[in-house]
Design a protein. Structure first.
Length: 115
C-alpha cells in the first residue's frame, strides 16, 4: 500500500485548500485513514480521520473548518480546509492504520498560510 498526498500550497489567512491522498493497493479489513500535520518546530499532531465504518474524528483545533471525506471509487481521501489560519501552517501527511497494526505514511504536502 502506498499513499500519495497532494494539494498543499501557499494561501492567505481565511483561504481554502483541498488536500488529496491517493491510495494505491488494496486495503483489506478494518482500517482508519486520515491526516496528520507537523507545524514548524513541533511534533506531529492528528488532524482528522475516517474509518472503514465511516466514523469521523477531528482534532479540537479544527473547529468546524475542515472536512474529511473519501471517494472509494477513486481510492482517495480528501481534506477540505477552509478559514485557514497562520497556525495551520505545516506539512500535512496522510496516514493509514490497519486493524492488524500495519501503519502507512505518505510523503507530506506543505501547507503555508501567510499574508
Amino acid at each position: 500500500v502506498q499513499l500519495q498526498a497532494s494539494g498543499g500550497g501557499l494561501v492567505q489567512p481565511g483561504g481554502s485548500l483541498r488536500l488529496s491522498c491517493a491510495v494505491s493497493g488494496t486495503i483489506f479489513g478494518g482500517h482508519t485513514i486520515g491526516w496528520y500535520r507537523q507545524p514548524p518546530g513541533k511534533y506531529y499532531e492528528p488532524v482528522a480521520s475516517i474509518d472503514n465504518g465511516g466514523d469521523i474524528k477531528y482534532a479540537g483545533f479544527v473547529e468546524g473548518r475542515f472536512t474529511i471525506s473519501r471517494d472509494s471509487a477513486k481510492n482517495t481521501i480528501y481534506l477540505q480546509m477552509s478559514s485557514l489560519k497562520f497556525e495551520d501552517t505545516g506539512v500535512y501527511y496522510c496516514n493509514l492504520v490497519l486493524d492488524n497494526g500495519s501503519d502507512y505514511w505518505g510523503k507530506g504536502t506543505q501547507v503555508t498560510v501567510s499574508s
